[in-house]
Write a protein of this length. Structure first.
Length: 78
C-alpha cells in the first residue's frame, strides 16, 4: 500500500513539474514574442528619427538658401 502511495505521489509530483515547466515555457515564449515586437517598434522609431533628421536638415538648407537670396536682393536694392 505504501509503495502504491509513493508511486502515485511521484507520478503526481512529476505531472506537477511537467505542468510547471510548460507554464514557464509558455511565459518564455510570450516574453520572446513581446521582445521581438518591442525591438521592431524600436527599429521603426529609429528609422522615423533618421527620416525626421534628414527632413530637418533639408529644411535648414532651404532656409539658408532663402536667406542668401534675401541678402542678395537687399544688396541689389542698396
Amino acid at each position: 500500500l505504501q509503495n502504491n502511495f509513493t508511486e502515485s505521489f511521484k507520478e503526481s509530483s512529476l505531472e506537477d513539474k511537467r505542468s510547471d515547466l510548460q507554464q514557464v515555457k509558455d511565459k518564455l515564449h510570450n516574453l520572446s514574442v513581446e521582445t521581438d515586437q518591442k525591438n521592431q517598434i524600436i527599429e521603426n522609431l529609429k528609422l522615423e528619427l533618421k527620416s525626421s533628421k534628414e527632413m530637418a536638415e533639408t529644411k535648414q538648407n532651404e532656409v539658408e538658401k532663402l536667406n542668401n537670396v534675401v541678402e542678395e536682393i537687399k544688396k541689389e536694392n542698396q
